[in-house]
Ligand binder design. Structure first.
Ligand SMILES: [Fe+2]
Length: 179
C-alpha cells in the first residue's frame, strides 16, 4: 500500500478498494452483455433497443473507467483481466443463447437491479464502516444512473402489457397523476 495520508487507515482503504473492484467486475460483465444484446437483438423494436443499448454501454464504459481510476486514487490496482472480472462478478452470463428481445430486456433489468442492491449496501459500508464519504458519494451517483437505466428497460416491458385503452391489466389502482 503506498503512503496515502488522507485520513483513512490501510484497512479502510483495502475495504473500499475491494468493493470497488467487485463493482468494476459487475459493470464490465454488464457492459459485455449489453453490447452483445445490442448486436443480437431482432424484431420490430430492433432500432429502439439497438440504440438504447448503445447509449447504455457508452455510459457504462465511462463509469468503468472512473471506477478503475478511483481504485488507483485510493492506492489500489483495478482488476483488469477477463478471468478476474469473472471471478469477482455477481452478474450471470448466458453463453450460446439467443433470447427474444423481451427476454434480453428482462435479464438486463435483473442485472441492473442486482447492481443497484449491491451499490446501496456498499454505499452504507463506505460511509459507516470505512469512513470514506468520497467513495460513498461516487457510488451514489453510479447507483442513480443504474436506477435510471433500469427504469428505461422496465418501462419497455411494462409497455408490452398495456391494453389499447392504455390501462394496465391487473393493476388495482390507476397510477397517481398530478393535476
Ligand atoms: Fe454498434
Amino acid at each position: 500500500m503506498p503512503n496515502i495520508n488522507i485520513g483513512l487507515s490501510d484497512e479502510q482503504l483495502q475495504g473500499v478498494i475491494e468493493l470497488l473492484n467487485r463493482n468494476l467486475a459487475d459493470f464490465y460483465l454488464l457492459l459485455i452483455k449489453t453490447k452483445k444484446y445490442h448486436w443480437d437483438v431482432i424484431g420490430p423494436q430492433f432500432r429502439t433497443l439497438h440504440e438504447l443499448w448503445e447509449e447504455q454501454y457508452e455510459a457504462l464504459t465511462i463509469n468503468i473507467d472512473e471506477t478503475a481510476e478511483r481504485v488507483r486514487t485510493l492506492g489500489g490496482y483495478p482488476v483488469g483481466t477477463a478471468e478476474g472480472f469473472l471471478q469477482l462478478s455477481s452478474i450471470n452470463e448466458h453463453p450460446k443463447d439467443l433470447p427474444s428481445a423481451n427476454e434480453m430486456v428482462a435479464r438486463l433489468v435483473q442485472d441492473h437491479e442486482q447492481i443497484i442492491r449491491n451499490l446501496r449496501k456498499n454505499i452504507d459500508q463506505c460511509a459507516d464502516d470505512y469512513h470514506d464519504q468520497g467513495t460513498a458519494d461516487f457510488l451514489t451517483g453510479l447507483m442513480e444512473q443504474h436506477e435510471e437505466m433500469a427504469w428505461m428497460l422496465r418501462s419497455f416491458l411494462e409497455g408490452e402489457k398495456l391494453t389499447p385503452s392504455g390501462e394496465r391489466p391487473g393493476a388495482e389502482t390507476k397510477p397517481k397523476v398530478s393535476v
